[in-house]
Design a protein around this ligand. Structure first.
Ligand SMILES: Cc1ncc(COP(=O)(O)O)c(C=O)c1O
Length: 465
């Protein structure tokens, strides 16, 4: 083990001089591994090639080549006259975004996971909270019902029925800390019922796969095509439940075809299987009439999942499930065991917010705003990046695009972040994709953001695949 210092920079590297493996390979592999594992954080400066070579007693050329290779792969960033640093997003494995979901500040942010944070209805929310606090009896400050505040469950059942066509009674609603927790609670309920395997769409939201795995469930990826999950793929998969995103497939953006919905419901009925319907952005549909929730087709087999993250803000951490009678006791027990119930005052504020029409008012305003941004984004892509093939339907708050094969993905991502453009994507089945979220890009900055992205794509392309 060699430890060295270079203007205060320490780095732990082990070089085996007696082995067969070339020194450059060893050095590269260790740095790559350190970045992937997250031991070397984004932005960490590396020692100069001269200092590292001197410390390791190897030739400087070996270090220069190793650094150059890692720059080409997008793990490091080098600028003339400046220290070489670990790149911003290079340690993400393809398809595995970091668990930490707060990205560094950037000039343009194509982030996907949230509503427009600058449009949060602060005044109406403050009023709902203030009125709640003024009016609730002291008893409401106790633990309350672990499944959710009764007033919110009443408000949600009515809202989901009229807005999403969900068949819901207040008793079937369970409030959770985000859909993230809902998935964990469902996993625990499944485990209690002896289920060990669940199907997910391929591709799907990585966090949910990790939550399932963290709860001890095996997930089985089932491919999707233009009609959504290929339900025939469930034959032989030996799963007790299926997690799907029928309104707007995450991440590719198609809507599940009616015949696939029917097939999935048949599968659930025939196998006593459960369908978990993640309706994370079902409120947004721009080019045709909204399609109601799958849950309405089979309320006894489908758990409907909704969240405030795309309508209000993820910071609320408020989400809800509509749970069939066959699972409600197990899910409620899992929620109570997890945390005794979500914060009651926030739930009461949300119920007031819904009942006073504030949610509908906010959504009406935001739909117009998102529609205009979506149009600005597609127009800018037509003009500056026609080579990014777009997929999916005009719904939700992001557009999935396929990156041409001659544009290397890793270097594009790290250069973009270093250049202040927050982009997100993944590689799947040999195709690299960029997910362009537009909810957090103000309309006037969409043109400049796409121009900046086009310049980055051109620069990355010149590096070759
Ligand atoms: C596929 C998918 N499901 C659900 C959510 C919402 O999760 P939560 O309610 O935990 O914020 C998101 C938000 O990013 C998502 O992308």
């Amino acid at each position: 083990v060699t430890r060295f210092e270079d203007r205060g920079l320490d780095l732990l590297v082990t070089i085996d001089r007696d082995g067969d493996r070339p020194l450059r390979d060893q050095l590269e592999a260790q740095l790559r591994d350190g970045i992937r594992r997250g031991a070397l954080h984004a932005g960490t400066p590396l020692p100069s090639t001269r200092a590292l070579a001197g410390e390791l007693r190897i030739s400087r050329g070996v270090v220069v080549e190793a650094y150059a290779q890692l720059v080409a792969e997008g793990f490091l960033v080098a600028r003339p006259g400046a220290v070489t640093r670990v790149a911003q997003v290079a340690h993400h494995e393809p398809g595995e975004p970091p668990l930490q979901r707060v990205p560094p500040a950037v000039r343009f942010d194509f982030r996907v996971e949230a509503a427009d944070l600058s449009a949060f209805p602060r005044r109406a929310w403050t009023a709902a909270l203030r009125d709640t606090l003024r009016e609730v009896p002291d008893a409401a400050l106790g633990y309350g019902d672990g499944a959710g505040a009764p007033a919110l469950r009443v408000a949600l059942a009515a809202y989901l029925g009229r807005a999403r066509g969900v068949a819901a009674e207040p008793e079937s609603v369970v409030v959770s800390t985000g859909i993230t927790q809902a998935i964990a609670l469902l996993a625990r309920a499944l485990r209690r019922a002896g289920v060990t395997r669940v199907a997910v769409e391929d591709p799907s939201f990585p966090l949910h796969r990790r939550v399932f795995a963290g709860e001890g469930l095996r997930f089985v990826p089932i491919p999707v095509d233009a009609g959504g999950m290929i339900v025939a793929g469930l034959d032989g998969a030996d799963v007790g439940a299926v997690l799907v995103t029928p309104s707007h497939q995450y991440p590719l953006g198609m809507s599940m075809a009616p015949e696939r919905r029917a097939e999935l419901v048949e599968w659930a009925a025939a196998r006593d299987g459960w369908i978990f319907e993640d309706d994370y952005d079902g409120e947004y549909r721009f080019d045709r009439d909204p399609v109601g929730a799958l849950q309405a087709l089979a309320p006894a087999r489908v758990v409907y999942l909704g969240s405030a993250s795309k309508t209000l803000a993820p910071a609320l951490r408020l989400a809800w499930m509509v749970v069939p009678p066959g699972l409600i006791d197990a899910v409620t027990a899992a929620k109570v065991l997890a945390d005794g119930g979500s914060p009651q005052l926030d739930q009461l504020a949300l119920s007031r917010f819904i009942e006073h029409g504030e949610l509908d008012r906010h959504l009406r305003r935001m739909r117009g705003s998102y529609r205009r941004r979506r149009e600005a984004l597609t127009a800018a892509l037509d003009e500056h990046l026609p080579q990014l093939e777009r997929e999916g339907i005009s719904a939700g708050l992001h557009i999935s695009t396929r990156l041409p094969r001659d544009v290397p993905f890793g270097p594009l991502l790290s250069r973009a972040w270093d250049g202040g453009v927050g982009i997100y994507g993944f590689e799947h089945g040999g195709v690299a994709r960029l997910l362009l979220g537009y909810a957090n890009l103000p309309e006037p900055s969409i043109g400049p953001a796409v121009r900046a992205l086009a310049a980055l794509v051109a620069a990355a392309r010149s590096m070759g695949p």
